[in-house]
Design a protein around this ligand. Structure first.
Ligand code: RIB
Length: 301
């Protein structure tokens, strides 16, 4: 088996996407205007976008021994993503996400982790060879930190770059995991959760000394900023987009950024690819259903 350039340690969810006129207030019931089911999960979404950008990608995840788990495996196979180390757990249901999307394209998401919560360090150990042979190991916070920490330990010992997306927004980041992280991705909501501070640039700057190479702050319609020690911030505006649904836009950004960084080693180019992929991902409903390939992204860069 050819080693994958990017190993994603992360989640898969079956997404139930409900379109609503506006997001309901607490205690309010509203009727959906439409529904779709789709592949989701931050880990899987990022893997799919990286593969569409031309990277070779392997997935380390846990799904249930159910129809949704079967569908995930079939989708990864069709996407060219290596899934030989995905755990199929008989006692657990595949993760599920309920996503509400309003008329302006904004969303609210609730995840029932299911099998994602049972991804263990032992599953990562079994794929240690895959991790050691990668250029980039990419993780999020929808699967247990212990498994991600083990993957990052193996990666660090082998000189493989590690990247962490601090999503869903945590109240705190595991200090050991942070110390093993080369590149940290945070958005505005995550920055606020981490520091109870409404100035995301300040939060990102405070996080920079805690990681090894870079903090990437994504700001939606306001673009993104890349911070590296001893260098001036690299700020880029967002690409224009006719927004239909922002679900998965952050995942598209990270998947494309990772693929471009693994291929070129150039942070500026990775930032451009991330922004272009994120903007394109807003132009249709759903997560991976709205992701574009390398050719389309390159045209926007
Ligand atoms: O980032 C979007 C994703 O968040 C959705 O696909 C959903 O499954 C949740 O993981």
């Amino acid at each position: 088996m050819t080693p994958a350039e990017i190993v994603v340690v992360g989640s898969y969810n079956r997404d139930l996407v409900l379109s609503v006129a506006r997001l309901p207030a607490p205690g309010e019931t509203c009727l959906a205007l439409g529904r779709t089911e789709a592949h989701g999960g931050k880990g899987s979404n990022q893997a799919v976008q990286a593969a569409r950008c031309g990277a070779s990608v392997a997935m380390l995840a846990a799904v249930g021994a159910d129809a949704a788990g079967e569908a995930a495996l079939a989708m990864w196979r069709d996407a060219g993503i290596e899934a030989g180390h995905v755990a199929r757990l008989p006692g657990a249901a595949t993760g599920t996400a309920v996503i509400l999307v309003d008329a302006a394209g904004e969303n609210s998401i609730v995840v029932d982790p299911g099998a994602n919560a049972d991804l263990r360090p032992a599953h990562v150990e079994a794929a240690a060879g895959l991790v050691r042979a990668a250029r980039l190991v990419l993780a999020q916070l929808e699967t247990p930190v212990a498994a991600t920490r083990r993957a990052f330990e193996i990666a660090r010992a082998a000189g493989v770059t590690t990247a962490l997306n601090a999503a869903p927004a945590p109240e705190a980041l595991d200090p050991q995991l942070l110390a093993l992280t080369d590149i940290l991705f945070v958005n505005r909501v995550e920055a606020r959760a981490l520091a109870d501070d409404d100035r995301p640039e300040r939060v990102a700057a405070a996080l920079l000394p805690k990681v090894r190479r870079a903090v990437v702050l994504t700001l939606g319609a306001e673009g993104a900023v890349l911070l590296r020690p001893g260098e001036p911030p690299l700020a880029r505006p967002a690409r224009p987009a006719a927004v239909v649904d922002t679900t998965g836009a952050g995942d598209a950004f990270i998947g494309a950024f990772g693929a471009r960084l693994a291929a070129s080693g150039d942070y500026g180019s990775a930032l451009d690819w991330g922004l272009a992929a994120g903007a394109l991902a807003c132009t249709a409903l759903g997560a991976t259903s709205s992701f574009h390939d390398a050719e389309a992204i390159a045209r926007q860069v």
